[in-house]
Design a protein around this ligand. Structure first.
Ligand code: 13P
Length: 337
């Protein structure tokens, strides 16, 4: 079984399976402090550590959420943060049977020599940071890079994205963290669904080529792809059935069955749309666990309902639990709306 991944191979496989367990998915709450600030601004709150802590406390203390959520992706600040009442956030997650994960990339910057595209930073010092995150309780990692369809994508940008993900994945596995491999193909653009499919095929081919070249243990990774949809500004609208057909066709062509879990991002889809699309993909058995790793499609209503007011915490938590449960049903192909 072992390709490399050193002494952690068995643990990686076990962690990946736990996160990819039936009827559960990932709560992405790894907004950087800057992005978290934008979310807080949308409800009229200042981007202070206290406000971020209050919001993240709300998210992780939903009673019973561990039934639907198997993993939570945290931003570095949150991995070391406590709840408002002084419990370590990592401990609160583990008590609910939720595996703590950590965003390890350092964000996007312009890719010199490309068509105004970007690349993802964060490989320098990644091994030592990953070892420290493991010590702190993290058991999986996330690295999000993006590919833009309207800007190309250029061959250079795709290669850079794939290579960066593969280096990150190898380093994560060496340090006991299951890498979530996330090349987000941005929704922006007027292109049709066939164009998205074509680009995604190219991107996933390169990602798997370099993952293999870097001796990454496929049984010990998780994927976080975008669903195959028309561009956000396209006149074409795709039904959940069409999105499911295109996306599953892509996965079958490109993703080996050794990979335990496909955890989709929501990428700006509405909450209900993201649930319906996931449900459509789970109408027949798949070789992998096909599930969710949503940020906006889990949090949007909860954030609005909260509005920064302590008296709304319970209603906001109910809203999050409702979305988590709906996506859990969709993972099982049993969502009825
Ligand atoms: P969205 O589900 O909001 O697209 O976020 C995905 C993500 O990568 C956050 O971890």
């Amino acid at each position: 079984l072992t390709i490399r991944a050193g002494s952690y191979a068995d643990e990686l496989v076990k962690t990946a399976k736990t996160v990819a367990s039936p009827g559960r998915g990932i709560l992405a709450m790894d907004e950087s402090n800057a992005t978290c600030g934008k979310r807080l601004a949308s409800i009229g709150l200042e981007n202070t550590e206290a406000n971020r802590q209050a919001y993240r406390t709300l998210l992780v203390t939903v009673p019973g959420i561990g039934q639907y959520i198997s993993g939570a992706i945290l931003f570095e600040e949150t991995l070391y943060q406590s709840t408002v009442d002084g419990r370590k956030i990592v401990d609160v997650l583990i008590e609910q049977n939720i595996v703590p994960g950590i965003k390890v990339d350092k964000g996007l910057v312009p890719l010199a020599g490309s068509n105004d595209e970007s690349w993802c930073q964060g490989l320098d010092g990644l091994a030592s940071r990953s070892a420290a995150y493991y010590q702190q309780g993290a058991r999986f990692a996330k690295w999000r890079t993006v590919v833009s369809i309207p800007n190309g994508p250029s061959a250079l940008a795709v290669k850079e994205a794939a290579w960066g993900l593969a280096r990150y994945a190898a380093i994560s596995q060496d340090n006991g963290l299951v890498p979530i491999v996330e090349p987000e193909i941005l929704l922006d653009g007027e292109h049709n669904i066939d164009r998205t499919f074509e680009v995604a095929q190219k991107v996933w081919a390169e990602v798997f080529f370099y993952l293999a070249e870097n001796n990454v243990l496929f049984e010990g990774i998780l994927l976080k792809p975008s669903m195959v949809t028309p561009g956000a500004e396209s006149k074409e609208k795709a039904s959940p059935q069409t999105v499911a057909d295109y996306t599953l066709k892509l996965l079958h062509r490109r993703i080996p069955p050794a990979v335990p879990g496909i955890m989709f991002l929501s990428g700006g889809q509405s909450e209900v749309e993201a649930t319906l699309n996931l449900n459509a993909m789970n109408q027949s058995p798949n070789p992998w666990h096909v599930s969710f790793s949503y940020a906006r499609a889990l949090q949007n209503t909860a954030l609005k309902t909260w509005g920064g007011r302590p008296e709304n915490v319970k209603a906001a938590q109910d809203a999050l639990l409702f979305r988590a449960k709906s996506n859990s049903l969709a993972q099982l192909g049993k969502y009825t709306g």
